[in-house]
Design a protein around this ligand. Sequence first.
Ligand SMILES: [Zn+2]
Length: 113
Amino acid sequence: MSARDEQRVSIARRHLVDLLAEPGGVLPGGIVERMMRCGKPGCRCKADPPQLHGPYIQWGYSKRRKRFTRWLTAEQAERYRPEVERGRRLTELLVQLDEAEIRRVERAEGWGT
Ligand SMILES: [Zn+2]
């Protein structure tokens, strides 16, 4: 096993530990702003050009291959945005750790390229 491969793994682990040591939650999913049409006939959202309602803020996440969405107030969005950002970083860091671990084993065993 090369020292460089081992170092890559330990850096990826350190970044994960640092992230999880931060105060506050780590939320999966993403926050988006949506403009919407309503169901009222003759509403301005059906005019030409349409004047859509919104923006409305939505948090979306996936669980067991199902997609869930929740409407947020501006205050909730502000409160949860840092948590969603940490969730995004967690996903990125896990991908980096996966890659470092795979590289370490592939090289240690002389598999792959
Ligand atoms: Zn409307």
